[in-house]
Write a protein that binds this ligand. Structure first.
Ligand code: MN
Length: 304
């Protein structure tokens, strides 16, 4: 029997695919956005959820609806691993592990999944795998020990895309190398990519608008990539702002701050979202997208 992995779409969501591949288990996977949780669960629980030996869910703040389905299914082979504060409520279920930090250090979905898997699959107890997991953790929590390597891992993911990234990392981690390393060719690519990102951040900085929203001073930019890096860059550079809002009309709204006295989990909750204290997000509904189209193209009528 196969396993099933349901996980998020970012690097912390993709890296569990790497870990499960390394165990040698056969598995199906779904890397999904927060907004697709209910439809994904609906489909799975009306169809083939029973064909799996283990079901792992990582880095996703699940909805109450998802918990209703899981609890009603009577399945005992589900395990949930997540690190979002807004998901702590789910720890009341025995199959759920939601931790925001471990011994005072912020953790991530990949690390929690790793800590579980490595006790079952001893082959995962290798230093290079630990180093890889820690780079993912640094990047996802923005608590850096080695920022350059962590950013390089993110660049590699951007350059390769999900599938190739998983393949490449699995191959590298299978080798008996003590450390997780990048090739010299990759390092050259990273330099080029870094220059590109710096130009992108400078352009976004010029486009930033200032608003007071909900009593907070906000810098607002339309941004489609490198959201954490851009948000932190702007938040550090403009300390008079409480937070940075990154608006990606096609996807969602992200909130970032480097300030200790601002709670973005709370701020995002006002707009139906959530996440962490310093990084959170909320959805953009299709209705809002329709409004934007109608605002721009005055008199536009939607065809059914
Ligand atoms: Mn995460």
């Amino acid at each position: 029997m196969k396993d099933l992995l349901i996980s998020h779409v970012d690097l912390d969501g993709i890296s569990p695919n790497v870990l499960l591949t390394l165990t040698g288990r056969k598995f199906d996977y779904k890397n999904i956005d927060i907004k697709d949780i209910d439809t994904t669960f609906d489909e799975l629980f009306t169809k083939d959820i029973k064909k799996y030996e283990n079901i792992y869910i990582c880095d996703l703040t699940l909805t109450e609806y998802a918990y209703e389905l899981m609890n009603a299914s009577g399945l005992t082979n589900i395990k949930v691993f997540d690190h979002h504060k807004s998901h702590l409520f789910a720890n009341e279920y025995s199959y759920v592990t939601v931790k925001v930090d471990i011994d005072g250090i912020k953790t991530c979905g990949t690390e929690l999944f790793y800590l579980y898997l490595k006790d079952i699959y001893k082959e995962l107890n290798k230093n290079c795998i630990k180093e890889f997991v820690d780079l993912v953790r640094q990047l996802d929590t923005y608590c850096f020990k080695d920022e350059e390597s962590a950013q390089n891992l993110s660049s590699l993911h951007d350059l390769l895309g999900h599938k190739e990234f998983v393949k490449t990392i699995v191959k590298r981690l299978k080798k008996d190398k003590e450390h997780f390393e990048f090739s010299s060719f990759e390092k050259r690519l990273f330099k080029i990519e870094r220059n590109k990102i710096n130009r992108y951040m400078q352009n976004k900085e010029l486009e930033m608008k200032r608003y007071t929203i909900n009593g907070k001073k906000c810098g607002v930019v339309f941004a489609e990539s490198n959201k954490s890096e851009l948000g932190n860059y702007l938040s550090n550079k403009y300390p008079e702002l409480d937070l940075i809002i990154l608006f990606n009309t096609a996807q969602s709204v992200s909130y970032r701050t480097t300030k200790d006295d601002v709670d973005l989990n709370e701020f995002a909750a006002v707009y139906g979202g959530g996440g962490h204290v310093k990084a959170s997000g909320s959805k953009i509904s299709n209705d809002i997208r329709n409004e934007i189209i109608k605002l721009y193209f005055k008199g536009a009528k939607e065809e059914q």
